[in-house]
Design a protein around this ligand. Structure first.
Ligand SMILES: NC(=O)c1ccc[n+]([C@@H]2O[C@H](COP(=O)([O-])OP(=O)(O)OC[C@H]3O[C@@H](n4cnc5c(N)ncnc54)[C@H](OP(=O)(O)O)[C@@H]3O)[C@@H](O)[C@H]2O)c1
Length: 339
């Protein structure tokens, strides 16, 4: 073979190799997009700082959403006994484990005891029911869903008097917390925490507990920032999980001019700004979606940062505007929202 032909062939081969390398590098950088971080809880356990919420999904919707979410990178799922979809979540997990797409260690699962399970024994029973529904041996995080215990032993999820008010449980939240500690000690939950607790209630638990809550999960979005509660939790090493971060797709939030302006600057959506703002506030966030494109959108928030000035602009949107409450619990002695 003559020298010029050899040179041409060599050139073609190295050109081809360079092209393959380039394609590989490009596909690598898009596949290895920046993703969520793991936050260390006060007991050493790790939790992904973004998760999928499942409120208002039925079993079928939850099964499909969990599979979709895992396929696009979610590793943290939030459910509850009350949501009535733990069986669907569990079916998805079973499929994912059996098809070897996940192992149990790869995914963080939270569930919560409902208000009719408020006592040391009932708290354990509640989580045992959740585990049975989910088909799991343990939860990564078990929460007391609300501080407001309801009368146990009726079949009602909301046992009410004739005037519509809720019939309270006569158990103290500290007694219920003891049940959470039992769950932690016997390995049914790797971490334990609370939800919808105010500072006064957290203080009582911390003072009397032998195990401190790892988490407080509560409503938080730019219209309800709850900075005092966030500061209290963060100063006491209690991780904050923000629920309803999109205010359940409230158009007033999704079309807010300040959020829209910030979103445009970064070529992101308002939802992505609202979620990123939580992450940059040191808060873990759970958003619900049943749509694949939104699951992807809500996860695509780790490749940019909000400036200090943008964070300050978002903090001016606070209106103390709460969305989530339970009708009939306002006269309960542990009603948490009397601020
Ligand atoms: N501890 C508690 O007491 C408590 C209370 C409430 C909620 N939670 C938990 O927190 C989770 C999240 O809160 P949430 O479900 O109340 O409300 P959310 O996540 O603020 O909003 C969910 C709504 O927003 C829509 N959505 C999702 N992504 C969107 C996007 N990128 N753009 C526009 N719309 C979008 C969803 O519709 P599609 O599904 O159609 O996308 C759904 O209607 C719950 O699912 C639950 O797990 C806990």
């Amino acid at each position: 073979m003559s020298k010029p032909i050899k040179l041409i062939i060599l050139g073609a081969i190295s050109g081809f190799i360079c092209m393959v390398l380039l394609v590989w590098l490009c596909s690598r950088s898009s596949a290895e997009k920046e993703s969520y971080a793991l936050i260390r809880l006060n007991n050493g356990q790790l939790i992904p700082n973004i998760g999928l919420g499942t409120w208002a999904m039925d079993d079928d919707q939850a099964r499909e959403a969990v599979k979709e979410a895992v396929s696009v990178g979610y590793r943290h799922i939030d459910t509850a006994w009350r949501y009535g979809n733990e069986v669907g979540v569990g079916q998805a997990l079973k499929e994912l484990f059996e098809s070897k797409q996940l192992t149990r260690d790869d995914i963080f699962i939270t569930s919560k005891i409902w208000n009719t399970f408020h006592s040391r024994q009932l708290a354990v029973k509640g989580i045992e029911e959740s585990l049975k529904n989910l088909g799991l041996d343990y939860l990564d995080l078990a929460l007391i869903h609300w501080p407001t215990g309801f009368k146990a032993g009726t079949d009602d999820i909301y046992p009410r008097r004739d005037d519509g008010s809720i019939m309270p449980s006569d158990n103290d939240i500290v007694d219920t917390w003891r049940g959470m500690e039992d769950l932690y000690r016997n390995g049914l939950a790797k971490s334990i925490g609370v939800s919808n607790f105010n500072i006064r209630q957290l203080e009582r638990i911390i003072r009397q507990a032998s195990i401190k809550p790892s988490v407080n999960q509560f409503e938080r979005h730019p219209f309800l920032i709850q900075q005092e509660l966030v500061n209290y939790c963060q100063n006491h090493s209690i991780a904050v999980i923000a629920y309803s971060p999109l205010r359940q797709a409230d158009p007033q939030l999704l079309e807010n001019p300040v959020l829209k302006d910030i979103a445009q600057t970064h070529n992101k959506t308002v939802a992505q700004v609202a979620l990123r703002w939580q992450i940059e506030s040191g808060v873990i966030v759970i958003a619900k979606s049943s749509r694949k494109e939104r699951l992807i959108e809500n996860m695509d928030i780790f490749d940019y940062q909000l400036s200090d000035q943008e964070m300050k602009r978002i903090s001016t949107l606070d209106q103390n505007k709460r969305l989530i409450d339970i009708p009939g619990i306002q006269s309960h002695s542990e009603y948490p929202f009397d601020n």
